[in-house]
Design a protein around this ligand. Structure first.
Ligand code: NAD
Length: 264
């Protein structure tokens, strides 16, 4: 199978680093024209330039917008009025004991992790339905199924994304638009690397030792017993964004190394 998205346009939110960057690079490699998004123009431009270098001949541009706010989403919609493929990737996480999580954190997590995707789907999905082709992918998490006790607020937003995604898929009946979510497990993105480096420092370990211990301790059911790479997650996202993934709709697709032990 050769995935060819020539002629299609895509936005990946929060794609100046981490999983989002890998997805943007992967989509650029299929011939899609890609909008990279971050909160500053300098970072978005730098990421777009890096992808153009890695994928010669690709069409990539950076658009700065804070997708956690209504104003930011409106600015993105103004800069990019139409899109064929929307990847709702921007997201934040932070381990914090439930009793220490104030309302402000709950609201912030909901704004970044859920409302960004809600607002942008409201903006872009009508055009997809009208043109009778489109792909929306929510980057959720296995934490949306196995709620981690060390960050219940994060897990809750990841479950909410699954609900929004499935609800939107119901609106695509009889069309060639699909809405799915992808559920990564622990993945060595920049954000997570910082977190693991802190753990390593605290415990006097190397990054590799700390990563291995984290999986054994906190994700003991993992079948791969390691962190995924950002490219391994991007592979799944690029596939579900492809024309070939035409009968996968309303699905919660796991790319989490088998942590979740249920069969379906
Ligand atoms: P990351 O922190 O490495 O990268 C996130 C990117 O989003 C950064 O480039 C950041 O600048 C950008 N961003 C953050 N807030 C933004 C905002 N308001 N507007 C625009 N851009 C913003 O994160 P990651 O680990 O690559 O995670 C990406 C997605 O994957 C998130 O939704 C996360 O919940 C999900 N996920 C990650 C893991 C993991 O282990 N890395 C596991 C499961 C799910």
């Amino acid at each position: 199978m050769k995935i060819d998205l020539t002629g299609k346009s895509a936005i990946v939110t929060g794609s100046t680093g981490g999983i989002g960057y890998a997805i943007a690079k992967g989509l650029a490699g299929t011939g899609a024209s890609v909008v990279v998004n971050g909160r500053t123009q300098a970072k978005a431009d730098a990421a777009a330039a890096a992808i153009t270098k890695a994928v010669p001949g690709s069409t990539v541009r950076g658009v700065a917008a804070d997708v956690s706010t209504a104003e930011g989403c409106a600015a993105l919609a103004k800069a990019v009025p139409d899109i064929d493929i929307l990847i709702n990737n921007a997201g934040i996480f932070e381990p914090k004991a439930f009793f220490d999580i104030p309302d402000a954190d709950w609201t912030r997590f909901f704004e970044v992790n859920v409302m960004s995707g809600v607002r942008l789907s409201r903006t872009y999905m009508p055009g997809m339905l009208k043109r009778n082709w489109g792909r929306i992918v929510f980057i959720s998490s296995e934490s949306g199924l196995n709620i981690p006790s060390e960050m219940i607020h994060y897990g809750t937003t990841k479950t909410a994304q699954l609900a929004v995604s499935r609800g939107l898929a119901e609106m695509t009946k009889g069309t060639a638009v699909t809405v799915n979510s992808v559920l990564p497990g622990p993945t060595m993105s920049e954000g997570v690397e910082t977190f693991v480096k802190d753990l390593a420092k605290q415990n006097g370990q190397s990054l590799e030792e700390a990563a291995s211990q984290f999986v054994k301790q906190h994700r003991s059911t993992s079948l791969i017993q390691r962190f995924a790479t950002v490219d391994e997650i991007a592979n799944m996202v690029v596939y579900v964004s492809s024309k070939e993934a035409s009968v996968t709709n309303g699905a919660a697709l796991r790319a989490e190394g088998g942590i979740v032990q249920t069969i379906a």
